[in-house]
Design a binder for this molecule. Structure first.
Ligand code: SAH
Length: 259
């Protein structure tokens, strides 16, 4: 099989809170022309919809197979790399890549056995900071500053085209030798972040300060590490021990004051 046929599987296009069903259809057509078939829809305003079908212009297989999800993590399940496309630089400081760089990163991640999500926001509001926080990097199509926003399906087309171009350019660099353990996916990372948040509370890390900023920074740090499942298990183990120690200290502290 060709590299293209082999590599088409790991990529998915995730459309978040799409308002206009016509854009869903146009996006389906855009990805289908570049050899991709997987689209995941997170909280679409209208789907299925005749406008989506009309604009898909025959890419019905993509629409028919599209998953519909109630939250972004469900749309990212199975992915070890999520790249958020955004016209604007946001408060969340993520590494920023061009579509071309993003395509190369995506191919490298796929070569390591991971699945990759290209994530697109709502037509009016784009991707919210909380949605970008689930991503490992931000991709900006280098449009002009005073008119930067492409139509959603056209942005999908640019990214799908770059991905195809990178695939046609040849096989990505060989995966690192130690890639024997599967990369952690978005659902496992979310479970880890929940455990981390709970542990920081248990050990009273915040001491009355607001937790939001530090949690976003930690999220960014751990996303950047692109951990595998074994590494995640070790971190869960450390957190569980910290929680156990906090419990013991709490019990010891209380009994000491009671005495
Ligand atoms: N005002 C919104 C624009 C939304 S356009 C914003 O500032 O983000 C709908 C979606 O198309 C965006 O969420 C993004 O995923 C994609 N998009 C549009 N223009 C883009 C650009 N120049 N670079 C990257 N993505 C873009």
């Amino acid at each position: 099989m060709s590299v293209v046929a082999d590599a088409a599987g790991p990529f998915r296009f995730v459309l978040v809170r799409t308002a206009h069903p016509g854009n869903i259809g146009s996006a389906a057509r855009a990805i289908r022309t570049m050899g991709f078939t997987r689209m995941e829809l997170v909280l679409p305003a209208h789907f299925p919809d005749p406008q989506a079908t009309a604009m898909a212009a025959g890419a019905d297989d993509v629409l028919g197979r599209a998953g519909v999800h109630g939250d972004m993590i469900a749309g990212l399940a199975g992915c070890s790399l999520a790249l958020g496309l955004s016209a604007r630089r946001r408060g969340v400081q993520l590494p920023e890549w061009s579509p071309r760089q993003a395509a190369r990163h995506s191919l490298a991640a796929a070569a390591r056995g991971g699945q990759v999500a290209l994530v697109f926001g709502n037509e009016r509001t784009g991707l919210e900071n909380a949605e970008l926080a689930h991503c490992h990097g931000m991709v900006r199509i280098p449009s002009v500053d005073d008119f930067s926003s492409l139509n959603l399906a056209q942005a999908v087309q640019v990214m799908a085209y770059e991905l195809r171009l990178a695939m046609l350019d040849g096989a990505p660099e060989a995966p690192p030798a130690a890639a024997d353990e599967p990369p952690a996916d978005a659902v496992e990372m979310e479970r880890f972040f929940a455990h981390l948040e709970q542990t920081l509370d248990d050990i009273d890390f915040h001491k009355g300060r607001t937790a939001t900023t530090i949690l976003l920074r930690l999220r960014k740090l751990f996303q950047r590490a692109q951990m595998d499942e074994r590494e995640l298990r070790i971190l869960h183990g450390i957190l569980a021990d910290a929680q156990r120690m906090a419990r013991l200290a709490g019990v010891a502290g209380k009994s000491a004051t009671a005495d």
